[in-house]
Design a protein around this ligand. Structure first.
Ligand code: PTJ
Length: 260
């Protein structure tokens, strides 16, 4: 991460690109991961590259769901492993969740490299390599999970997930938390908790909330969960994008119209 000057106005964006590139070089991230990153970046730009308040609420709700779960699992793909390996290990520790490597384009080599990379960042007992469970409604390779991992989970965090897989997982009745910068994506729409934020900010934010609520009684977790409104969160993110960078002029006009 060295060569990027920290005072560069797009520091975070450049850092992200650098990490994804390094991930491809290390055989962790797929080449499609580069395309996915570009897509995410465009939405992040429109969101102002910050955690909007509704995303903060979603991150708090996600923490409450993970803490209240019987068996929470964090799903990790090639992009997540490259971008936030340490933050995933910290979130797992803060919530008692398992970590499962689960790939859209599954190859044994990449599975093993990601598991090794996560271990280097302190992860233990990584799941995903057994692949003795299946998510119904998906083709063979895309359906593979560990029976005692995602297969057994009641709450699953799936950052940057493909739409088909997010929908199929949602249909299993598990609580699905999705991190995706596009509020219109099928993954975000399929989620119980859609977090419209960069995975780089979202994962540490969820950990922060989980630590704060670590000793909260079940009623408090239930209150946080019940007061979260997924439709409102999706609508707020869409509104932020529409009113964001492009609309600076339009907004000023709107204000003028109101005061006239
Ligand atoms: O490692 P694999 O084989 O499991 O593949 C992982 C990718 C991400 C390549 C795969 O799942 C894929 O192709 O995903 P999609 O369909 O491109 O969807 C990725 C979604 O994540 C898009 O909606 C992007 O907007 C969003 N996204 C990309 N980068 C980020 C992001 N969301 C949050 N934070 C990001 N940094």
């Amino acid at each position: 991460d060295a060569e990027i000057p920290e005072d560069h106005p797009r520091y975070e964006s450049l850092l992200t690109r650098h990490r994804i590139e390094a991930g491809v070089e290390k055989g962790i991230t797929s080449r499609q991961g580069l395309i996915a990153q570009g897509r995410g970046e465009a939405f992040d730009y429109l969101l102002g590259e910050e955690t909007i308040p509704s995303a903060g609420d979603a991150e708090r709700a996600a923490a409450a769901y993970l803490l209240a779960a019987d068996h929470p699992v964090l799903s990790v793909n090639g992009n997540v492993a490259a971008l936030v390996p340490e933050a995933i290990v910290e979130l797992a520790a803060a919530t008692g969740a398992d970590i499962e490597v689960n790939l859209f384009n599954r190859t044994t080599e990449r599975m093993e490299r990601i598991a090794a990379h996560l271990r280097e960042h302190g992860a233990e007992g990584i799941k995903g390599l057994t692949a003795d469970g299946r998510i119904p409604g998906l083709s063979h390779e895309r359906a593979k999970v560990d029976a005692d991992g995602i297969g057994d989970a009641d709450v699953v965090l799936v950052p940057l997930e493909d739409g088909d897989r997010a929908e199929a997982l949602g249909e299993t009745g598990k609580t699905e938390i999705v991190i995706d910068l596009n509020p219109g994506s099928r993954s975000a729409r399929a989620a119980t908790v859609p977090i419209i934020d960069n995975v780089l900010r979202a994962v540490p934010n969820i950990t922060h909330h989980a630590r704060r609520m670590a000793d909260a009684p079940p009623e408090e977790l239930a209150y946080v969960i019940d007061s979260f409104d997924r439709e409102e969160a999706l609508a707020a993110a869409e509104a932020a994008i529409r009113q964001g960078s492009f609309a600076a002029e339009g907004e000023a006009d709107g204000e003028k119209a109101e005061t006239d």
